[in-house]
Ligand binder design. Structure first.
Ligand SMILES: O=C(CO)COP(=O)(O)O
Length: 123
């Protein structure tokens, strides 16, 4: 697959699982330009400093909306977002809006590990 710009995001409870997933797939991710919400991005940078990753704002502070704006502008081509379906979030509306935009713009979107494994297989 030609180089894509991908978004990497995880809610707190899934962050250990998500970072492990990124480490496992770092060779597949390496050629691509990656953007992440703030806390997720910081953890990925610690685990895989070789990745070309730009952290944005933390999700609750507008990071999901930043990713959504990039999708609208055609600058995100895939999203890996381990969502937590069991924890209420203050920025739930931002999460919903982001997922809506991935549907609207037909962006390959992985909301759990099983889907992420299949989407990354196409990279
Ligand atoms: O809350 C998030 C996505 O909704 C993730 O944000 P952080 O990566 O800053 O924790």
């Amino acid at each position: 697959m030609p180089a894509v710009q991908a978004a990497l995001i995880s809610h707190d409870r899934l962050k250990p699982q998500f970072v492990e997933w990124v480490v496992r797939h770092r060779l597949a991710l390496q050629p691509h330009t990656l953007f992440a919400t703030g806390t997720t991005g910081g953890l990925i940078k610690e685990a895989c400093p070789e990745l070309n990753l730009t952290p944005l704002k933390s999700g609750p502070l507008g990071g999901d909306q930043q990713i959504g704006a990039m999708i609208c502008e055609g600058n995100i081509h895939a999203m890996f977002f381990f969502i937590d379906p069991l924890t209420p979030m203050p920025h739930d509306v931002d999460v919903k809006a982001l997922i809506r935009l991935t549907a609207l713009y037909n962006i390959p979107t992985a909301l759990n590990e099983a889907t992420a494994d299949r989407v990354i297989a196409g990279f």
